[in-house]
Design a protein around this ligand. Structure first.
Ligand SMILES: [Zn+2]
Length: 409
């Protein structure tokens, strides 16, 4: 088989396109495949598909194709232009690449696969032997393609959450589709305005389809949800994870205060116990269990605060919001009569937001469901330096977590 014929097959070229020439450039480790069409071939206007004779040809263009063994393979052609009576002089579309792409469809598909597998631009660059800009360009095009194709589907269960970009202080807000574990919308900042900007990226049908929204207890998100989602008050679910985080913070304040008092008396009982209290008992190691039992038997304030915190965890095991409400009221009464100020403050905060805490027992959603997304975003963030700016960070999130159809056809 001649090399021209071979490449005709490898590239899957069909009439009118044929391989005119194959050149091996050993110095640059490249194979250049010149593609051409017979004189007199008619082409369609890319806009209206009207068949027209060839008007002229554009400059010679190069498309990177899948490698032939260790050789980069470059498809070379001059793209014909037609003079459409309706649309003027236009380049025709070629079957091997999307308009304006520097890659063939097959290479672009492969590059997207490699990017998804390596989850890093740098890693993919090495495998694909591409520069950063070219690799990044593939991501940008893939996201634009995916977004253009995306049909808004109903979003009964969503979550809204903030993520720090780079090292703190710079945040984005994002909306998750909790049923499909994908990121649906992203906006800059984490205030009410940012959240409204996020909600406004959803279609009217999607907004109407929302049945439950998981979020932390920040008033900004509550305010935005009430502004954007009808009957939000019944739909907002404060994420148990965030509530328990507050509970752990309150417990830790009790420990710190008590530790300081004990130290003044020369008592080091509470030294190095922070994580004994904050780690769930079920996750204690054997030696931690022994120490924990010892320090618990001392009837310290920290121990009492700890048991209230542990008891609170059962709130989310209640079968419905009505029982959850009465469970909380009992818990509240016992905490509020103690002298554990940080725990009392917690109890008051929770009481204020109780309506949207007990909704968990109705809707059963948490942003933790999006755990897969979170770990992906964490690893995107770790490499955020490589994304250069926030816009790129957002694009990377859509590329890796947007559930988009990224591939060229
Ligand atoms: Zn036309």
């Amino acid at each position: 088989m001649q090399d021209k014929e071979l490449y005709q097959h490898i590239l899957g070229l069909t009439s009118p396109w044929t391989v005119r020439d194959v050149k091996l450039d050993t110095e640059n480790q490249e194979i250049r495949v010149q593609v051409d069409h017979p004189r007199g071939t008619k082409f369609c206007c890319s806009e209206c598909q009207q068949e027209l004779s060839c008007y002229d040809h554009g400059e010679e263009r190069h498309w990177r194709h899948l490698d032939s063994c260790q050789f980069k393979t470059i498809l070379v052609a001059r793209v014909p232009r037609v003079d459409c009576p309706k649309h003027g002089v236009r380049s025709v579309s070629v079957p091997w690449a999307e308009p304006h792409s520097r890659f063939t469809l097959l290479f672009e598909r492969f590059a997207i696969e490699v990017l998804q597998m390596t989850q890093t631009v740098k890693g993919a660059m090495t495998i694909l032997r591409l520069k950063w800009d070219a690799t990044w360009h593939i991501i940008e095009r893939a996201v634009a393609r995916g977004k253009a194709r995306k049909q808004p589907s109903p979003l009964p269960r969503i979550g809204i959450d903030e993520k720090a970009f780079a090292k703190g202080h710079s945040y984005v807000s994002m909306i998750y589709d909790l049923d499909n574990s994908i990121v649906e919308a992203i906006s800059d900042g984490r205030d009410a305005e940012a959240a409204v900007a996020c909600f406004s990226q959803l279609s009217e049908e999607q907004i109407q389809s929302v049945e439950a929204i998981a979020m932390d207890m920040s008033s900004a998100y509550v305010k935005a949800a009430k502004q954007c989602i009808p009957l939000a008050e019944e739909k907002i679910v404060h994420d148990p994870f965030h509530v328990m985080k507050l509970a752990n913070e309150a417990l830790d304040k009790v420990r710190k205060q008590e530790h300081r008092r004990l130290l003044e008396e020369g008592d080091k009982t509470l030294s190095h116990t922070k994580y004994l209290w904050l780690t769930g008992m079920e996750n204690h190691t054997e030696s931690q269990t022994a120490r924990f039992e010892a320090v618990c038997s001392l009837k310290l304030e920290t121990g009492r605060a700890w048991s209230y915190k542990e008891l609170l965890r059962d709130l989310w095991k209640q079968p419905d919001s009505r029982t959850a409400r009465s469970f909380f009221q009992k818990w509240y009464r016992s905490v509020i009569h103690t002298k554990l100020e940080p725990m009392k403050k917690l109890a008051r905060t929770l009481k204020q937001r109780l309506a949207n805490i007990v909704t968990f027992c109705t809707h059963g959603i948490t942003n933790g469901v999006a755990e897969g997304i979170n770990s992906k975003i964490m690893s995107i963030k770790r490499r955020a330096g490589g994304y250069r700016n926030r816009e790129n960070f957002k694009k990377a999130i859509f590329f890796y977590c947007g559930g988009l159809d990224l591939y060229p056809r």
